[in-house]
Ligand binder design. Structure first.
Ligand code: PEP
Ligand code: MG
Length: 338
């Protein structure tokens, strides 16, 4: 059992509850703290790559410190770090007062901010410019995040009591092997640069989330590039069922009452549908890459019935939020005994 944890505090809590690693660190949560959000906004509002890089340079030490904190909290336990995933407009202010303050702080006009917010607007953000699509269009974001991870790993490796970490870097929302290859190349390049500069060797792996049906059915190809898979069953459920978690409120009760759905598919895995995709991807992935590490980090990682299913399809771990770790441990133990 691993925990989904985004901060050193969450990680410590998870370990205290019996987690044996972190299966998902959602790095975007690190950008909201204190006045980092303003630097993040500066990066998003930048008009060209050079300005974007200036803002990213300011974000680097914050990310590096966060990752070092996470590594210290986890010791040698595995930590899977996911690169930036949400659409960028989620970071921008939508009210006039905050926009006015931001304009003053960044020396921009309020109109310029409003224009950028408008330009970033999407009709279906869940299927829009997010996940690896961000790192592909703005490779400098991936570079900064990878640099922060490797520099943090080098740093904790040089402590008085050195910690030898093996970061697992995870690329989100991949549907095509070519998307993954694009991002993996950047990560390897940065890894080489940091290791040369610091004179250290860092053991790391790069893998992907499987959260788009296309990734699941082409898992054999994707595994040629991915060193591990982690099933993002939240997005996989949304995309496989064509069902938005945020928009099902209007009909979900009817579906339950008419017994069309026997359960909420976002709480307990739709084993007959989404589960088939998981099973297919697990089998195909391991056909290409024998013994490949497989996990799951969607909400289902804390659901007893789903945990039983994941055990049966041979996943190596489930990852869930810290408070659910004890239930997940019990369910995994029961599944193993069965
Ligand atoms: C998922 O899609 O299952 C996942 C873990 O990612 P997120 O919920 O952050 O999109
Ligand atoms: Mg997801």
């Amino acid at each position: 059992i691993r925990t989904n944890a985004d901060t050193p505090e969450m990680a410590k809590n998870a370990v205290m509850l019996g987690a044996e690693g972190i299966g998902l660190c959602r790095t975007e949560h690190m950008f909201f703290e204190g006045d980092r959000i303003d630097t993040m906004r500066q990066m998003i509002l930048a008009s060209d790559e050079s300005d974007r890089r200036k803002a990213l340079k300011k974000l680097l030490p914050f990310q590096r410190r966060d990752f070092a904190g996470l590594f210290k909290a986890m010791g040698t336990l595995p930590v899977t770090i996911r690169l930036l995933d949400p659409p960028l407009h989620e970071f921008l202010p939508h009210d006039d007062t905050t926009r006015r303050q931001l304009a003053t702080k960044l020396g921009l006009t309020q109109e310029a901010i409003a224009d950028r917010v408008k330009a970033l607007h999407e009709e279906n953000p869940m299927l829009g410019h997010r996940g690896c699509r961000l790192g592909i269009t703005y490779p400098e974001i991936t570079e900064m995040q990878a640099r922060a991870i490797f520099e943090a790993a080098a740093q904790v490796g040089k402590l008085k009591k050195p910690i030898k970490v093996k970061p697992e870097i995870m690329i989100p929302l991949v549907g095509f092997k070519t998307e993954l290859q694009n991002q993996v190349d950047i990560v390897h390049q940065v890894a080489r640069e940091v290791m040369d500069k610091k004179g250290v060797k860092i053991d790391y792996s790069v893998g992907t989330m499987i959260e788009i049906p296309r990734a699941a059915v082409t898992a054999a190809e994707i595994a040629e590039v991915a060193e591990f898979f982690s099933f993002g069953t939240n997005d996989l459920t949304q995309t496989a069922l064509g069902l938005s978690r945020d928009d099902m409120g209007g009909f979900f009760d009817d579906y339950r009452n008419r017994e069309i759905f026997s359960q909420n598919p976002f709480a307990s895995l739709d084993q007959g549908g989404v589960g088939k995709l998981v099973e297919t991807a697990a089998t195909k992935g391991r056909e290409t890459r024998k013994g490949m590490k497989l996990g799951i980090c969607g909400e289902h990682g804390g659901d007893p019935a789903s945990i039983g299913f994941f055990h049966n399809v041979g996943l190596d771990y489930v990852s869930c939020s810290p408070p659910r770790v004890p239930v997940a441990r019990l369910s995994a133990a029961q599944a193993a005994l069965k």
